[in-house]
Design a protein around this ligand. Structure first.
Ligand SMILES: Cc1cc2nc3c(=O)[nH]c(=O)nc-3n(C[C@H](O)[C@H](O)[C@H](O)COP(=O)(O)OP(=O)(O)OC[C@H]3O[C@@H](n4cnc5c(N)ncnc54)[C@H](O)[C@@H]3O)c2cc1C
Length: 290
């Protein structure tokens, strides 16, 4: 199917892109990698009269370190994250999550900003950015503002980015020594989207006791969410198999689990528990625990 007719714009600065967004308002949509927007336009689920392509806007791509923080431009592709030596050494969970997205064609064009602004309920990075505790920087007509990841996902495909704003970068905080993380998912066999995906970050002290735990779950509900019951079951404890198993039992709590073509509420709740256990077990191993 073909999209409805639209006018194409290709600004060459953030200022020009924001100017177009401000002038064209609701009739305009930003285009990043196009791997979510274009299919929606072809299905006529989105019919913007104007498409503002961000690909010629300089300064929105790249991964760098700023003090201990890792800064990732909104137009950075999944492939750039998957292959980044900085991420592999300082924040491997982000590179690993990127590597699990779709297929090479999707990863070569799809962007972190597009994925997190679109907020597909089955997308992978939402779980991982929740577990990492990132911040987003949005730029709009009044300048830049920062949004914590816990305030980002509002509902089904709805986020804190304003209609007159661009998600320009994501800031990833440094985790202390003794930390480890893992993202694991049950992938849809065709698209590779997460039927359920769980990201876990843990920090262990010298005695192997958990001082910090953060768990994000995607795929099960209408939006990615922190599994706070699981986190509470980990912090302050030595993370042996029985403790992890008991904490993981709470993985579906607080999620409005949605039945769909991929599975029933019971099945997806079960996947939450199974993948929470697996992701936490792997995170503990990587943090230096047993
Ligand atoms: C076959 C297929 C398989 C896929 N499999 C997976 C998978 O396994 N896991 C997964 O997580 N994803 C998967 N995806 C989605 C993919 O990751 C997309 O890259 C992602 O959803 C959207 O990123 P994009 O850069 O293509 O954004 P676009 O499609 O260009 O834009 C998506 C939306 O975000 C808005 N937007 C884009 N960039 C910005 C910005 N910087 N600031 C504000 N708003 C912005 C756009 O206006 C639009 O509304 C798949 C897609 C396809 C087609």
């Amino acid at each position: 199917m073909y999209p409805a007719a639209f006018e194409y714009h290709s600004p060459t600065s953030v200022r020009d892109a924001l100017g177009l967004l401000g002038r064209l308002g609701d009739d305009a949509k930003l285009l990043a990698g196009g791997h979510s927007l274009i299919p929606m336009m072809k299905l006529r689920l989105a019919q913007p009269k104007h498409v503002i392509d961000l690909r010629k806007v300089p300064g929105l791509t790249g991964i760098k370190e700023d003090g201990g923080t890792i800064v990732i431009g909104g137009m950075t592709t999944h492939w750039q994250m998957e292959s980044s030596s900085l991420l592999k050494s300082k924040c491997p969970i982000l590179a690993e999550t990127a590597a699990m997205i779709g297929d090479p064609a999707v990863r070569n064009l799809g962007t972190i900003g597009g994925s997190l602004a679109h907020a597909d309920p089955a997308a992978d990075q939402p779980a991982t950015v929740l577990a990492l505790g990132v911040e987003f920087v949005c730029e709009g007509p009044k300048g830049r503002r920062t949004v914590k990841v816990d305030d980002w996902f509002k509902g089904l495909m709805s986020t804190a980015v304003g209609e007159d704003e661009i998600l320009v970068e994501m800031r990833v905080p440094a985790w202390p020594a003794g930390s480890g993380g893992a993202y694991l998912k049950f992938p849809h066999p065709a698209s590779r989207f997460a039927v359920v995906g769980v990201a876990a970050m843990v920090t262990l002290d010298k005695e192997g006791k958990c001082t910090k735990a953060s768990v994000g779950i995607t795929g099960a509900g209408t939006k990615a969410i922190r599994a706070k019951g699981v986190e509470a079951g980990l912090v302050g404890k030595k993370l042996d198999a029985a403790t992890i198993e008991a904490a993981a039992q709470k993985a579906a709590e607080g999620i409005d689990v949605q039945a769909d073509l991929q599975g029933s509420v019971e099945y997806k709740s079960h996947l939450c528990r199974v993948f929470a256990k697996r992701a936490i077990t792997e995170a503990v191993k990587r943090a230096g625990g047993k």
